[in-house]
Ligand binder design. Structure first.
Ligand code: SF4
Length: 292
């Protein structure tokens, strides 16, 4: 729970506030940009919610915050935020909310598929929160858990124990050490199901892998994201832990695929036509070469 005594001075006066435990993961400013903003190395409230829609988004941010750093002076029905997750993005793809501090507030997603099509897939690990788990139970549980890279594994072991699901991760990111059932090896793409392809993209980490679903949804972990400031697709230059040169090569590999959605662990989600996404990707690669 956020502590009023630690309320950051950057918050505007009023009901919602962020306290000094904020780790600057930007989940709140991405979920509710009308209310929260990044003011430097932390986030704060720049506008108090005035409409029901703004209040709902602010309560979703409160629930999703990995460190419990968002508080309110007034009493609210927390279920407004809790029950919003998993949040439908498009088709049968959901955003989980409930981020974990151990993965620095990274975002995770759920694909809901019938058992006959391989069952549900959880991409990266949310916080193992009872409220979220109950809702995933009601949506059919988890058949597979795909881990894009070693930074975003969070509570993977608790989800695996709960659902007895198969976890997939690249061996170069320590998958064996994590007790992962299925290790992805090498640099070649791996067809996981008829509608799922795992594409190794070393760069951010040595064993980073992105997941393409139905040639439409690309789950990108920390490899690729949308930047509202640059109004473009970007990679995280200052958070490239393995090799920027390799990450550029990995980005070029993605030109071989079609997708309309970029669903990252950090940064903004982006949706566009496949043709525009390809243009954006080419621009991103050019920009990556310039900042190398
Ligand atoms: S979600 Fe929480 S930790 Fe993340 S930036 Fe917002 S207040 Fe800070």
């Amino acid at each position: 729970m956020a502590n009023l005594q630690q309320r950051l001075p950057e918050n505007v006066p009023g009901d919602f506030f962020v306290d000094s435990t904020c780790i600057d993961c930007d989940t709140c400013s991405e979920l509710a940009p009308a209310v929260f903003r990044d003011h430097g190395d932390q986030n704060s409230v720049h506008h108090q919610p005035e409409t029901d829609a703004e209040t709902e988004r602010a309560l979703m941010a409160l629930v999703a915050c990995p460190t419990g750093s968002i508080g309110t002076l007034e009493r609210h029905d927390a279920h407004i935020g809790i029950d919003a997750f998993p949040l439908l993005l498009a088709d049968n793809v959901y955003f989980c909310g409930f981020t974990s501090e151990s993965s620095f507030g990274a975002w995770s997603y759920l694909i809901v598929r019938p058992e006959a099509e391989g069952g549900n897939v959880l991409i990266d690990s949310p916080r193992f929160a009872t409220q979220l788990v109950k809702r995933i139970d009601a949506m059919g549980g988890v058949r597979k858990m795909f881990l894009t890279h070693k930074d975003d594994v969070a509570d993977h072991d608790r989800f695996a124990a709960r659902y007895q699901c198969e976890r997939l991760m690249h061996e170069d990111d320590g998958a064996a050490r994590h007790g992962i059932e299925t290790l992805i090896r090498g640099a070649d793409p791996v067809q996981i199901d008829h509608d799922l392809i795992a594409i190794p993209v070393p760069g951010h980490t040595r064993g980073h892998v992105v997941l393409l679903y139905r040639n439409k949804f690309l789950f990108t972990g920390d490899h690729l994201a949308w930047s509202p400031n640059r109004n473009s697709l970007i990679a995280f230059r200052r958070a490239c832990w393995y090799s920027w040169a390799e990450q550029i090569k990995s980005m070029q590999k993605l030109l071989d695929y079609e997708f309309e959605w970029v669903l990252p662990g950090h940064g903004r989600i982006h949706h566009d036509s496949a043709a525009s996404m390809r243009d954006q990707l080419e621009n991103c690669i050019q920009w990556m070469k310039e900042v190398a």
